[in-house]
Design a protein around this ligand. Structure first.
Ligand code: 5GP
Length: 199
């Protein structure tokens, strides 16, 4: 039977993971800002129970909700995958991701290790996982400290402790990008993206 011409090829899921402070969000944003890639890739907006950081906007970085709101979404099966990260909940909204993929759009997400593993299992044929490695633990520490300056010291320390463990998961990913220099790392990520969407 001939394939229906109007039936679109499912888009690819482009998952960027790595420890807190590795620069994965900056890299995904950079990828989407690229003129050519921006037309081919949309960013999924997760739901979280953590509070917005300075400069973060609701429905742009995250949908910020309370724990009760998050539970309601879970109960209504509107969350495709979720995680508890340092006491806060984060989840990928199911509807938007599924409709974007069905429309043939490629979707980019920044997820923790658990989320990357779950989505790769759910979409083994069209999920690509990239692990972003920081140049060193010291560099990572200073990025976490500067970003969490408003947060309490114990959250900063927990993020650093967790980052040390997360780095060990690098071998389970399809690709690894070393973020020593943002321009170079972004260039590598663009190459990976273009290769994968044409594969
Ligand atoms: P942050 O608080 O630094 O924005 O995010 C903490 C961690 O949660 C990061 O590793 C981030 O990539 C991850 N994260 C953000 N949204 C989601 C999501 O929807 N699902 C999962 N599994 N992880 C997420």
């Amino acid at each position: 039977m001939k394939a229906n011409k109007s039936q679109k090829k499912l888009g690819k899921i482009f998952i960027i993971s790595g420890p807190s402070g590795s620069g994965k969000t900056t890299l995904l944003t950079g990828l989407i800002k690229d003129k050519k890639i921006g037309k081919l890739l949309v960013k999924s907006c997760s739901v979280t129970t953590r509070s917005p950081r300075t400069g973060e906007k609701n429905a742009r970085e995250y949908f910020f909700v309370g724990k009760a709101g998050f539970d309601r979404l879970l109960k209504a099966k509107k969350i495709l995958e979720w995680t508890r990260y340092l006491g806060y909940y984060y989840g990928t909204p199911k509807g938007p991701l599924e409709s974007q993929l069905a429309a043939g759009k490629n979707v980019g997400l920044c997820l923790d290790l658990k989320g990357a593993r779950t989505l790769k299992k759910l979409y083994p044929n069209n999920a690509v996982t990239v692990f972003v490695l920081p140049p060193s633990l010291d560099a990572l520490k200073s990025r976490i400290v500067s970003r969490c300056s408003h947060a309490n010291k114990s959250e900063t320390a927990s993020r650093i402790r967790l980052a040390r463990r997360e780095i060990l998961a690098v071998s389970r990913f399809d690709y690894c990008v070393l973020n020593q220099n943002l321009t170079v790392a972004l260039g590598e990520l663009k190459e990976i993206f273009l290769r994968e969407i044409n594969a």
